[in-house]
Design a protein. Structure first.
Lengths: 279, 328, 400
């Protein structure tokens, strides 16, 4: 369960990282915006839960697109690190904007699926978690089809491989990058809107989420979609086991130790066959 | 021989020395101390990022190690501050060595992520070693350095001068490194590590050396912080703080020693100055960081490199004629 | 790579210019900012406002609490000023944001002390921030009163300038351990503690007191603020079969722990300390909160806090009919105490300090306040149980 949320969030990040070589620090904010917007739609406008989630995904997708246009496009030719700082600036801005709009207090976000209880081999799990798992798998599948089977996906992969060459080959790179941002932000928003009811919603909720996403992305191999999927689930399991059996105090440290070991022994990520480092 | 330290550095130093007297207000003086401390730390980050291109996202942890080492040596073992200060540098550098050895062969994002991981781990150790560090409760009652004759370090201005002295030493070291064989090797590595290694440069050795110096300097800054703030706790040395250091460096202009100092000073004062706008403080701060990086991608140093020659031409050399001629 | 030294020179000019500009900006208001209130004369001019500084988290993770204190302080200031001020001096409250971090807290306190020239400081909420400010306030000889930080060390390591009007952790943790052991007759506990000053302090004191009453803490597990999934931790804890679980932390994670425990059909007696005293917790945890027992430092109930009657009404009138919570109440009281101390000691920093030490049986909205020689007040506390979505007082403890 934890793994699927890590994965959704990380997928968006790895898409962007693969494309622009950008560690997007604003990714956690897309996550929390997704939760806040869905919450507002559901509570204030009284829309049904699933519709609110869908709308939040769309809205944050557009926010992602806009932020690419405003904060990252002008820096396309600048050093990579400028992009990183730009994303940090964006992250500070969006997080504090969220606090201005929605206030600093944690909020409860209820979903009809919370009340459902599903039995699995003697374990009881609430419906929301099942929904998250199902929808996460669905979205991952959808993304896979998008990237592997459609023209847009081919263009995206071409751009991730080499932006300049793709552009020479007639790919409209600006549009593709923008679309990538939209998809990336939308995935983060989906994670936020789906997890909102299980967890509480507050402006700094994206912080932990983006750190984890970052770890997952690197573990899986930068820009590697299936790698991110697997490492998302693996990290979720490692954390769960660490907290359950080793030491809750050092739970996060264990996740990072695993990360560092992966980096030291297999620096291209766990799930890459060739050893060409795309740096 | 090469004049590494030119006149403008002396002017800057003189200016730094009169600053506290221009603003005889404890708040501004406090911010000056904080700005100079940030300048030391950001300069240490510049030593690794500016010179080798490796981005450390865990630098605040080394700052923290320096702070805790120094504070604990003084409080638990009664070591004099100056010795503890050296101890902080040593332990900062040693941790840098231990962290650097396994991961410094990594490049780009991989190194960044690894240092982020180490930063988190070090922070967790500081938090969870309650017996030694008092953990998240923090370490109160750290003594200020003992007075030497008339130099009373509880006096903010005197402490400011101490930090400026350390900053000056760090700046001199940074500039010397830049102009040395070591520095040119680092720049070659930054430009292209494969080519550098083909030219016979021991890439890994130089990277480790640069990282150890960098973390040692961060340790020094941490020690100075601990004995100034008199209270430390692990949350001051978190990943958020590491990231903030990176922002300062990039806003100042990475790879440039004066850029690192400028970025640190500028952002320390900027974020405090924005207190006036209350809850909009961080929103505007975020926007300004975005603005700087979009419109001035090279940071302040890039800006200076772009604008000042033009300004200089307009002024026709004028008063500062002694520096320009030797340059192309 | 053209002309690096040349370029260094240019950059340095920018440094100097930038520093001048910024220091000028932040220093600009210094001189005009000094008011007669901070002077050492006895201040014969009536209606000269007295400045009080407050440092609380207004943004960041603990902003929710900071905003609560501000509401209480604003109300107190408004009421005192409407009634003509303190001996004709209106109060001017300057609130600065510490973002929940010691560095920002210290910057904020320094600004209030040196630039705004406040007479005294109220704050902070997070204990680490309070401790960081304490070093500065003591060195600057400025009174600091915290209505929110409960770690023992703040007033145990006494400073003549440090005061606290809320109970220390030991008081509330011991009260809780005693109640659990004596009244609820529970013997086996597990502690889930926030890995922070507050969480660790609480866990340590509770464990000690509970053991002395014959109880047993099976294990203490730590989580981090911001953690969201407690399934693994709860599954582990459930296997130990404790009778009760102490959540030594804050409401955001507390609510998640109880909700997820309910999903896992794990139903021990949950108990917690004072940080849970807010309706927000019940809103977040929903029916999972039912039956929980925790410490409350304040309830908007005339039965237990008869002196708070007018305060509750005024608070409701000002803030959309919302009931005041512990944060608003203690913030309000902090202003009341400063006002009284200035009446007793005068309108200087030293006067305020003397006034604070003279506070004996001063009547406030929360009962009587007396500071001991460490600047610590011993307060009333309640043990409440959540029943039907409301906190229902079960027992009273602390000061009478």
């Amino acid at each position: 369960m934890v793994g699927s949320s890590f994965t959704l969030n990380a997928l968006g990040m790895t898409l962007i990282l693969g494309m622009l070589d950008l560690i997007n620090f604003a990714h956690g904010e897309f996550f929390s915006l997704g939760a806040f917007i869905a919450l507002t739609l559901a509570v204030v406008l009284k829309l049904p839960y699933l519709l609110s989630v869908a709308l939040a995904i769309v809205v944050v997708g557009f926010i992602g697109m806009a932020s690419e246009r405003l904060a990252f496009r002008p820096l396309r030719s600048a050093p990579r690190l400028s992009l990183l700082i730009s994303s940090l600036g964006l992250s500070i801005f969006l997080q504090n904007l969220a606090q201005l709009i929605w206030g600093p207090d944690p909020r409860d976000f209820s979903s009809p699926f919370l009340k459902l209880s599903v039995e699995f081999f003697g374990f009881s799990v609430n419906g929301q978690r099942v929904l998250i798992f199902g929808l996460a798998l669905g979205l991952i599948g959808l993304l896979y089809v998008l990237i592997q089977r459609t023209d847009v996906g081919i263009a995206m992969r071409a751009c991730a491989y080499d932006l300049q060459t793709a552009s020479l080959l007639g790919v409209r790179t600006d549009l593709v990058v923008m679309l990538t941002f939209m998809v990336g932000a939308a995935l983060a928003a989906a994670a936020g809107a789906l997890l909102g009811p299980v967890f509480t919603v507050y402006p700094t909720m994206g912080l932990a989420a983006k750190m984890k996403a970052f770890v997952v992305v690197v573990m899986g191999g930068i820009g590697n979609i299936s790698g991110a999927i697997w490492s998302g689930f693996i990290l979720g399991m490692v954390e769960t086991l660490a907290a359950g059996f080793i030491s809750s105090q050092y739970k996060d440290a264990i996740a990072f130790i695993v990360l560092i070991l992966v980096l030291v022994f297999k620096p291209t990520g766990l799930f890459v066959r060739s050893s060409v480092e795309k740096v | 021989m090469k004049k590494t330290i030119n006149l403008s550095w002396y002017i800057a130093l003189a200016f730094a020395l009169v600053l506290p007297w221009l603003f005889p207000n404890d708040y501004t003086r406090h911010l000056l101390v904080m700005a100079m401390l940030a300048a030391v730390t950001v300069s240490s980050l510049n030593l690794i990022h500016g010179m080798t291109g490796q981005l450390s996202l865990g630098h605040a942890a080394f700052y923290g190690i320096g702070a805790y080492t120094s504070a604990l040596l003084v409080m638990r073992l009664g070591v004099p501050f100056w010795l503890a200060f050296l101890g902080a540098i040593a332990l900062g550098g040693l941790t840098g060595l231990l962290v650097g050895l396994p991961v410094l062969h990594l490049r780009g994002h991989f190194f960044a992520v690894a240092t982020l991981g180490f930063g988190e781990i070090i922070n967790l150790v500081l938090t969870n070693s309650v017996g030694l560090t008092r953990g998240p409760m923090g370490l109160p009652g750290i003594p200020a350095p003992k007075a030497i004759g008339p130099l009373d370090f509880t006096n903010r201005v005197i402490y400011y001068y101490l930090v400026v002295l350390v900053l000056a030493i760090v700046v001199v070291i940074s500039l010397r490194i830049q102009d040395s064989k070591f520095g040119r090797a680092l720049l070659a590595i930054k430009a292209d590590d494969v080519a550098a290694s083909a030219m016979g440069i021991n890439v890994f050795y130089f990277r480790v050396l640069a990282f150890v110096i960098s973390t040692g300097v961060a340790g020094a800054a941490g020690s100075l912080y601990a004995h100034y703030a008199l209270f430390i706790s692990p949350i001051t040395f978190s990943t958020t703080d590491s990231v903030n250091l990176v922002v300062m460096l990039l806003v100042g202009g990475t790879g440039s020693v004066p850029g690192a100092v400028t970025g640190a000073v500028l952002l320390t004062f900027l974020s405090e100055w924005l207190r006036q706008v209350r809850e909009y403080q961080m929103v505007i701060y975020g926007l300004l960081v975005l603005g700087v990086i979009i419109f001035v991608p090279g940071g302040m140093a890039g800006l200076a490199a772009k604008w000042l020659p033009a300004l200089e031409r307009r002024l026709k050399g004028g008063k500062r004629g002694d520096v320009a001629p030797s340059q192309r | 790579m053209r002309g690096r030294k040349y370029y260094v020179h240019k950059v340095l000019v920018t440094v100097v210019a930038a520093m001048l500009l910024l220091t000028a900006c932040s220093g600009a208001r210094t001189n005009s900012g000094t008011t007669a209130a901070a002077g050492d004369s006895d201040n014969k001019k009536p209606l000269e406002p007295v400045k009080i500084g407050a440092v609380f988290p207004m943004t960041g993770g603990s902003a929710y609490y900071g905003q609560g204190y501000k509401r209480g302080m604003d109300l107190a200031m408004e009421q005192i000023n409407k009634a003509g001020g303190v001996k004709n001096h209106p109060i001017e409250l300057k609130v600065e944001d510490d973002k929940g971090t010691p560095v920002e807290g210290r910057n904020a306190a320094q600004k209030l002390i040196s630039q705004d020239q406040v007479l005294g400081l109220i704050g902070a909420y997070n204990s680490t921030v309070t401790l960081a400010i304490k070093e500065l306030a003591t060195a600057s000889k400025v009174v600091q009163l915290t209505p929110g930080s409960t770690t023992d060390a703040i007033t145990l390591q006494a400073s003549p300038y440090m005061f606290r009007n809320i109970n220390i952790n030991s008081t509330q943790c011991i009260a809780m351990a005693d109640y659990v052991a004596d009244q609820l007759k529970l013997k086996k506990f597990v502690i889930l503690a926030d890995n922070s000053d507050y969480g660790r302090d609480g866990a340590t004191v509770f464990t000690k007191e509970f053991a002395s009453k014959g109880g047993q803490v099976l294990t203490t597990e730590y989580y981090k603020a911001g953690d969201k999934d407690f399934y693994a931790l709860l599954t582990k804890v459930k296997s130990l079969n404790p009778e009760g679980v102490l959540i030594s932390g804050y409401i955001a994670e507390g609510a998640l722990i109880e909700k997820q425990a309910k999903e896992l059909k794990f139903a021990p007696q949950f108990v917690a300390f004072g940080a849970f005293t807010t309706d927000k917790f019940i809103e977040l945890a929903g029916d999972a909160a039912e039956g929980m027992v925790h410490i409350s430092n304040f309830e908007p109930s005339v039965q237990y806090f008869p002196e708070a009657k007018d305060f509750i009404a005024a608070f409701k009138a000002k803030y959309n009919n919302e009931d005041p919570d512990q944060y608003g109440a203690y913030g309000y009281e902090a202003i009341q105490l400063f006002a009284r101390a200035m009446e007793l000691g005068g309108f200087t920093r030293e006067g305020l300090k003397d006034g604070m030490t003279k506070i004996k049986d001063v009547k406030t909205i929360l009962g009587n306040v007396t500071f001991d020689q460490n600047g610590q007040a011993f307060r009333k506390l309640l043990i409440v149980k959540i029943q039907g979505g409301k906190r229902v007082p079960q027992a009273a403890g602390g000061a009478k």
